[in-house]
Design a protein around this ligand. Structure first.
Ligand code: F6P
Length: 525
């Protein structure tokens, strides 16, 4: 059923018309505002008190979720129904982080792979894993893109702050060879372990980077047998990984019931475990699982992922806000906007309902963002005085060990002040100095940036995406739009190499011809 046909959708439309003219500061004047609009779960705090939101709006949003059968769909998700209808797949990433007793049909397969990856992690970290020349591993190069890259890089960047010696973890995603070059120029082939992570094992960028990495390695080592000590893979396409030359015992399986952008919790998270150890990785899974339990059982009025999703729908579909900023006030979470960009835009950037009919409503907004406080001296000017509307999530951590003690409070003060400025603005008789405010924002407070809290945070957003997909009646778990560009690149690649461009449009022909006559390239190798 199209969401706009529900009674709640219509009621929300009426409430929005009333509320849009309502000064936001009046809402904030309610003494119980923070208490009424902030919620806790899995150690996180979700504060919606700075949103253009009333109790009546919230009740109608919750009614909308009920009319869209959110509770039933949520149960279907956890029970493994094939919610990804276009690919006829279950969506069971939650099973990857559930204790074995809670995932009976999948326990054995997941446990087997977990034990194998845990053994590799211990061996590499302890120095027992030896390269072909019997030297311990000092560098791990993870090659993957999209869901096989963004989560692991975010988690490693956020959590790997230990001063103990662990292998250095590098990430290569871009097909621009400079990415690989910059990583490899600091690696010693005798002491480097490559992880090729690709669910499909057919993604162009990963294939090209993996092939070049293998050439780089063989040029220096000149012994194919050495590959077994230096290359491992994570994939659901085990045959393709072994055909590529990875020893079968070094291929860690992924399953079709784990979507790429939800795969951090599987063996795709291997670099995270290599960076922080098996215990740390388990704590990240535990944090995500705690959010799963909260999402599955907390009542709608106190359910963090649902409330976050409903707030997004309110802003986007009823207040007409088409873009959403993720403002991570933490150096350790600087990669969060990139990660959420894929999670939200690849999942919910859809224009047809589940039955294939066109959606007459907006779905996911454009998501972008950056790290605070840097953004304040870059794009916040537009947020404060530009003409565009936006919504934003501030992500902050209540406690964060700082090498320099004063910094944490300044960081937090800036985050709170920015939200306040966005909300209340500043009246000034000089129009150049006037700041209109009236922009609602959400604040998510983590107790700390531990593996547990990060797991809970990422699961919060995963479930937000799921709830929004259910309410918009779209398939959050496929990504057919990505395929077109991949297909079009193949003939253009051949035409750049000299094949006839007949059949191409005039513009593409012109660009190909310009690029064919490019000046001689300098090598980076
Ligand atoms: O960009 C499309 C996509 O299919 C993503 O959904 C996925 O995370 C990424 O490419 C990488 O895919 P794979 O893990 O199969 O290499």
């Amino acid at each position: 059923m199209n969401p706009e046909r529900t009674g709640a959708w219509k009621a929300l439309g009426r409430l929005a018309t009333d509320l849009i003219a309502h000064p936001l500061e009046n809402l904030l004047a309610e003494p119980e505002r923070f208490k009424r609009f902030s919620f806790g779960g899995a150690g996180l705090l979700l504060d919606l008190s700075r949103q253009r939101m009333t109790s009546e709006v919230l009740s109608q949003l919750i009614a909308l979720a009920a009319e869209r059968q959110l509770p039933e769909q949520r149960e279907a998700l956890f029970e493994g129904a094939r919610l990804n209808t276009t690919e006829r797949r279950s969506v069971l990433h939650t099973a990857l982080r559930a204790p074995p007793a809670e995932r009976p049909p999948l326990a054995a397969v997941v446990e087997t792979v977990n034990q194998r990856t845990a053994t590799v992690v211990d061996a590499v970290r302890s120095g027992h894993w030896r390269g072909y020349s019997n030297r311990a591993i000092t560098d791990v190069v993870h090659i993957g893109i999209g869901g096989s890259h963004l989560g692991p890089e975010l988690a490693v960047d956020a959590l790997n702050i230990s001063s103990h010696a662990t292998p250095r973890i590098h990430f290569v995603a871009n097909i621009d060879g400079l990415n690989l070059h910059r990583v490899l120029r600091n690696c010693d082939p005798e002491r480097t372990l490559f992880i090729i992570a690709s669910k499909s094992f057919s993604t162009l960028e990963t294939r090209v980077n993996a092939t070049s990495a293998q050439h780089w390695f063989l040029e220096r080592v000149n012994d194919r047998a050495a590959i077994a000590r230096h290359f491992v893979a994570v994939s659901s396409n085990v045959a393709a990984a072994t055909a590529f030359g990875i020893a079968p015992e070094n291929v860690f399986e992924l399953w079709d019931w784990v979507g790429g952008r939800f795969s951090l919790w599987s063996a795709v998270g291997l670099p995270v475990a290599l960076a922080i150890g098996n215990d740390g990785f388990s704590r990240m899974l535990a944090g995500a699982h705690e959010m799963d339990v909260h999402f599955r059982h907390a009542p709608a009025e106190a359910n963090l992922p649902l409330l976050l999703a409903l707030t997004g729908i309110w802003n986007s579909n009823f207040l007409g806000i088409g873009n959403h900023a993720v403002l991570a006030y933490s150096e350790r979470l600087r990669l969060l906007p990139d990660y959420l960009q894929q999670l939200e835009m690849e999942s919910n950037g859809k224009r047809v309902h589940m039955d294939g009919t066109s959606a007459a409503i907006h779905t996911a907004p454009i998501l972008w963002g950056g790290r605070g406080s840097n953004g304040q001296h870059a794009f916040h000017q537009l947020l404060h005085q530009g003409t565009r509307s936006f919504s934003a999530d501030f992500i902050i951590s209540a406690s964060e060990p700082q090498s320099f003690p004063d910094h944490q409070e300044w960081l937090l003060a800036n985050a709170l002040a920015q939200g306040q400025a966005m909300l209340l603005g500043h009246r000034d008789s000089d129009p150049h100095r006037d700041v209109p405010g009236a922009h609602g924002t959400t604040t998510v407070v983590l107790p700390d940036i531990s593996p547990f809290s990060l797991g809970a945070l990422l699961a919060l957003y995963e479930h937000k995406v799921f709830c929004q997909g259910v309410i918009w009646d779209i398939n959050s778990f496929d990504q057919w739009g990505v395929e077109l560009g991949k297909r079009l690149a193949v003939p253009i690649h051949q035409q750049l190499g000299g094949q006839s461009t007949l059949g191409q449009d005039a513009s593409t022909r012109g660009l190909i011809s310009r690029l064919r006559s490019k000046p001689e390239q300098t090598t980076t190798g």
